[in-house]
Each structure stands twice: as structure tokens, then as C-alpha cells.
Design a binder for this molecule. Structure first.
Ligand code: SAM
Length: 461
């Protein structure tokens, strides 16, 4: 929002919030006219500690995060490109606390993030689940899948898959998931402060349309949970039609039981009849609603009876010679099996998840599985960007540490000069991988994918 400009709230929204908040409405409206707080969440798979940010201003309900006093130009921080942290609004991070209180995170879990793009909650889930758990990050809108995939690849977990499906397409996976997060498309009332334009799109009709769509999503997804699995439902809105009434639908019509949380008073989170509401006048974050439910009447997954001879639909195990070459690129090669796609792209599938990924492969058409490793060009292996950023990549591969301005040149996809051995090199900044360089002696080739490059004009470096 522009400074010194008062946010114009739609009259019907204002009335509904006055009814909901009573005397507190004035403080709520005042908060909407304050600048939104800036917060980041660290990637525990890649960094520990504060990453060199000056402030020590923690997010109360999530210990791997902090507020920043000002919004820096994140594009100019190579560590951001390396997936060291995600810029996420603090209220959304409350999902982490909900998960901690409602799920045993030490167990191997199958987790579905149904409405996942651009990947804020998925990267959070990936930080909290164990390495032998599976995360399926799904996004129905095809044009939003690219950014989701890029954000997850940056985050680097080897146990996350991206899918592109309608909620109705998961019919072969009834009883398959231990946790399903539905971060539903909603009327976005909680984001008015961050996006003043959202106020123009708000209408009472749109709220009802969103509530109906959310109900359809909930009924399509409810059967995907195994017995006593956890369904987490969240929106970034305040109204009862999208929040309380959908919770009531889950309990009364779909047979779920609400899981209550223990709240610290200092957080400022409000317990509602169903679920929990975060308000911008009571804490440092945007409007957010979340509720957790147990699938007490969930059914165990029954694999389809089949005479399937293939392990995967179309991926084939690579030849032993190629597998020997591929092992050199990974930190723990014994943990992976290597497959070749019809496009000849090589995929590393974690052994602990091989069977689970086969099930997914036959149940869903549009998805990626495992770690994209690269492809063979003759007998040479050309590594992929996803491998460079993956936590699975070898720790002792040849690498070159870049200073900030050279790292930014690399991220602009310029060809840089390095003093390093010939061949493939991991370009690094502060010990974090940014991508691949091939050093030919007199010059280097920069293998950063075009889509990943910094497009902003950053002037003289
Ligand atoms: N979870 C995301 C994050 O934390 O970055 C934000 C998700 S956003 C609130 C809701 C998502 O639902 C959008 O990506 C949107 O494309 C998707 N969506 C829209 N219509 C949908 C539908 N009918 N079924 C499932 N998802 C839908």
C-alpha cells in the first residue's frame, strides 16, 4: 500500500468485520493502514542461524524465522537464489505449529499440499517432515506450476514431488495420505494490507463463490486421508462462510473431528468456535485462518490389484555403467536408484520412497518424481540446476566460491572468469550452491537455466 493513503474497505466487508470484532474494529482498521511486516523463514536443510541478517527479531510461533526491519531487495542477495530462506508472511508460518501439535513428525509421512503454488507452505512442510517422508505439492493451475517447481528445487529436498492436478483427480489415492493441507483459494480478506487491489475484487457474492468452491475441494479430498490422518484447512480470510461453515461441514457431513491446539497467550492467536484466527491488529502478520482435523473414519489405502510388470509408467532403470557415473554426483549415492525418462532425463529416486513413488506414478499423470539429475551427452554427464540446488548433491564436487558481485553476474547468466580446475564446477556463494559452470580453460560456460536468471537491471556490479 502507498504510504499516507488510507485503505478503502468495501462497505459490506467493513460491516461484517465490525460485527465480528465489535469495539476492536477501530484497532483492526488502524493496523490495516500500517506497513505489513517483512519476515523470512530459513531453510534448515541448508543453513543454521541467522544468515547474516542484522536483526534478531523472532517470529514467536516459528523458530526458524525472523522479521526484518526493512524490506531489502531480495533479488540482490545470492543466498536467496540459493534457497537459504523463503520470504513468507509470518501468520502463514503458524501452519508449522499446527503440524507440530497435530502430527508425529518423527514418523515417515505421506503429505499432500493440495493448493501449493507458489510454494510457501510446501517449503515449510518440507522443512518439518523427515527425510523418509514424501511431500506431494500439487497445483491445479498449470501456469502456476513452474514457479512452484522452481521454489521447491531451490529449497532442495529430495523427497518432494510437484503435481498438476484437479482435486478430483486423486481418486486412486483414497486412504493414501497421512497429512493433507488445503490452503484454499479464498476471497483474500486477510491480504488487503499487502495488496490494496484485492479490496476491489472483494464482494459478498465472491465470498459465497469461494465458500462453495472450498466445500467442493474438501469433499473431493476428504477420502484421501488414511485412518486418523490429519487434514489442515487454511484460508487468508476472516468470514464464517469460508472458515467456520466449512469446518462445520467437515465435522458434520464428512465425519472429521477437530484437533484443538494449545496456544501461548503471547502469540495473539484467537481460538474460534472452530479453528484459529490470526488478525493483523493482534500480532505481527496478516489475516490467516487455520483448523486441523482428524480423519477418525478414514480408510487405509488399498493398492489396486494389478499384474503390473513395470516399476514406473515410463521411467527405466539406467544401465550399470551410467549408474556408476551418476553415483559420483551424489553425497549418499547408496540411498538412490537411477532412472531414465523417455526424454532421456535422469532421475534419482530415494530408495526409501521408491515404492511410494511408483504408486504415485500410476495414480497421477502430471507429476515429477525424485531429483532431476541431468542427462548424458555421449558418455559425458550434464548435471541439472535441480541437482546443484538439491541437498542430495555431492559435498566434495569441484566448486568455486564467488564473491557477491561475481555471484550476481553468475545469476544474471553472464559468463564469468574463474581461477579453478577445468571441467564442471559448482558456483557457490557463502558455501551455498547457485548452479553449474563448465570451465573450458580460456572461458567458462554458465549453465544457469534461462528462466532462473535475474532479469532486473542491477547496473554496475
Ligand atoms: N499454499 C500456497 C503457498 O503457501 O504458497 C498458496 C496457495 S493459494 C492460497 C491457493 C491456490 O489454490 C492457488 O495456487 C490457486 O491456483 C489454487 N486453486 C485455485 N482454484 C483451485 C481449485 N478449484 N482447486 C484447487 N486449487 C485451486
Amino acid at each position: 500500500m502507498l504510504q499516507n493513503q488510507t485503505l478503502q474497505l468495501p462497505a459490506a466487508f467493513k460491516l461484517a468485520m465490525q460485527t465480528q470484532l465489535g469495539d476492536a474494529f477501530g484497532t483492526f482498521e488502524k493496523a490495516l493502514n500500517q506497513p505489513p511486516p517483512v519476515s523470512i523463514r530459513y531453510n534448515p536443510l541448508k543453513v543454521s542461524g541467522q544468515m547474516g541478517f542484522p536483526d534478531n527479531d523472532p517470529v514467536l510461533w516459528f523458530n526458524q524465522a525472523q522479521y526484518l526491519a526493512e524490506r531489502p531487495v531480495f533479488t540482490l542477495d545470492p543466498a536467496f537464489h540459493a534457497g537459504a530462506y523463503y520470504v513468507q508472511e509470518a501468520s502463514s508460518m503458524f501452519i508449522g505449529e499446527v503440524l507440530r501439535q497435530s502430527v508425529d513428525l518423527s514418523k515417515p509421512l505421506k503429505v499432500l499440499d493440495l493448493c501449493a503454488a507458489p510454494g510457501g507452505k510446501s517449503t515449510l512442510l518440507a522443512s518439518l517432515i523427515s527425510a523418509d517422508s514424501l511431500l506431494v505439492s500439487n497445483e491445479v493451475i498449470r501456469t502456476r506450476v513452474g514457479v512452484l517447481k522452481e521454489n521447491l528445487q531451490r529449497w532442495g529436498s529430495a523427497n518432494a514431488c510437484v503435481a498438476n492436478h484437479d482435486p478430483e483427480d486423486f481418486g486412486d489415492l483414497h486412504g493414501f495420505f497421512d497429512v493433507v493441507l488445503i490452503d484454499a483459494p479464498c476471497s483474500g480478506e486477510g491480504l488487503f494490507r499487502k495488496d490494496a487491489n484485492a479490496t476491489k475484487e472483494w464482494s459478498a457474492e465472491n465470498v459465497l463463490m469461494c465458500a462453495g468452491r472450498q466445500k467442493r475441494i474438501l469433499s473431493a479430498v476428504a477420502p484421501l486421508l488414511t485412518k486418523n490422518g490429519t487434514l489442515i484447512y487454511s484460508t487468508c480470510t476472516y468470514n464464517d462462510a469460508e472458515n467456520a461453515q466449512n469446518c462445520a461441514y467437515l465435522i458434520n457431513d464428512l465425519g472429521f473431528e477437530e484437533q484443538k491446539l494449545t496456544l501461548a497467550q503471547t502469540w495473539g492467536v484467537v481460538q474460534k468456535k472452530f479453528g484459529y484466527q490470526l488478525y493483523p491488529h493482534l500480532l505481527r502478520g496478516e489475516g490467516f485462518f487455520v483448523a486441523a482435523f482428524k480423519a477418525t473414519n478414514g480408510k487405509a489405502y488399498l493398492p489396486p490389484r494389478s499384474n503390473r510388470k513395470q516399476f514406473f509408467r515410463s521411467m527405466r532403470l539406467v544401465a550399470p555403467g551410467q549408474a556408476n557415473e551418476l553415483r559420483k554426483w551424489l553425497a549418499k549415492p547408496a540411498d538412490f536408484a537411477f532412472y531414465s525418462k523417455p526424454s532421456l532425463e535422469i532421475i534419482a529416486v530415494p530408495n526409501a520412497l521408491n515404492e511410494t513413488m511408483q504408486t504415485l506414478d500410476f495414480a497421477l499423470k502430471n507429476k515429477g518424481l525424485g531429483v532431476e539429475m541431468g542427462f548424458f551427452k555421449g558418455s559425458d554427464f550434464v548435471p541439472s540446476q535441480a541437482l546443484a540446488l538439491s541437498t542430495a548433491v555431492g559435498r566434495n564436487l569441484p566448486a568455486v566460491e564467488l564473491d557477491k558481485s561475481t555471484a550476481l553476474q553468475f545469476l544474471k547468466k553472464e559468463n564469468i572468469v574463474v581461477d579453478a580446475p577445468k571441467g564442471w564446477l559448482l558456483a557457490r556463494y557463502g558455501g551455498l550452491n547457485l548452479g553449474w559452470l563448465k570451465n573450458l580453460g580460456n572461458r567458462t560456460n554458465n549453465y544457469l537455466p534461462k528462466d532462473w536468471r535475474i532479469r532486473m537491471d542491477i547496473g554496475e556490479l
